[in-house]
Design a protein around this ligand. Structure first.
Ligand SMILES: C[S@@+](CC[C@H](N)C(=O)[O-])C[C@H]1O[C@@H](n2cnc3c(N)ncnc32)[C@H](O)[C@@H]1O
Length: 212
């Protein structure tokens, strides 16, 4: 079995970046919704960590809308270089994976996962949740944009033979830790800004609060 993290560090992170670079100039409507939800708490959201930050455009958008400082982590060299060059005024980016984050990170006011957790190896997912939890200040927020299937299932990752897409309800996993409360959920789908009757294409944005 391929170790997903190793493949993303080696090549698939860069391949994702090359396939998607043409989209980075667009603002994301989901990120705008997230920032609107967080606007009443803007003063509390001084620092944001995005895990799986890709080209850095989403983190940059969050930092502009919330007037925050950002830190992005991604396994792709190309993505990290691009993000530091283009969004380095409010954010810094470095290489890493969700199960093995850089050790010197301070705690953050908001941690965001955008279509990242579905790529994490199953034997590392618990570790990823724990590492994110350790890096989030109590009384602050965590947000997730990811697939939102009715039932968890595994698909082939279409861009790389042998890798998997693990479609699961990641916000529930954080809630199951016991100290997270679901604040808001926006259901949409691949290609549409509304809930899909077909559970296989459902995605969602969730905002969670870490209780003190
Ligand atoms: C679908 S892209 C999403 C990028 C960005 N978050 C967004 O929403 O546009 C997934 C990103 O996660 C990165 N990635 C893959 N596996 C990862 C892991 N185990 N830990 C952190 N990032 C990972 C990939 O390199 C890629 O940049």
């Amino acid at each position: 079995m391929l170790i997903q993290e190793r493949e993303f560090l080696k090549s698939e992170g860069d391949e994702w970046f090359k396939r998607n670079i043409h989209k980075f100039a667009e603002n994301s409507p989901e990120i705008s919704i997230l920032c609107n939800w967080l606007m009443p708490f803007q003063k509390e959201v001084q620092t944001i960590l995005e895990i799986g930050s890709g080209g850095g455009n989403k983190l940059s958008q969050m930092c502009w809308q919330l007037n925050s400082k950002g830190h992005g982590i991604d396994p792709s060299n190309l993505a990290v270089d691009y993000a530091n060059k283009n969004y380095g005024d409010k954010c810094i980016f470095e290489i890493g994976t969700a199960d093995s984050l850089p050790s010197q990170l301070e705690k953050f006011d908001l941690i965001h996962f955008g279509f990242c957790l579905y790529l994490v190896s199953r034997d590392r997912i618990t570790d990823c949740l724990k590492q994110a939890d350790l890096l989030l200040k109590p009384g602050r927020f965590l947000s997730i944009i990811d697939f939102d299937p009715q039932k968890p299932h595994v698909n082939e990752y279409v861009h790389f033979k042998g890798l998997k897409s693990y479609k699961d309800n990641y916000y529930k996993m954080f809630c199951d830790l016991g100290n997270y409360t679901l604040v808001n959920k926006y259901s949409f789908s691949e290609g549409n800004h509304y809930f899909s009757l077909d559970s296989s294409v459902r995605t969602s944005l969730t905002l969670l609060f870490k209780e003190k």
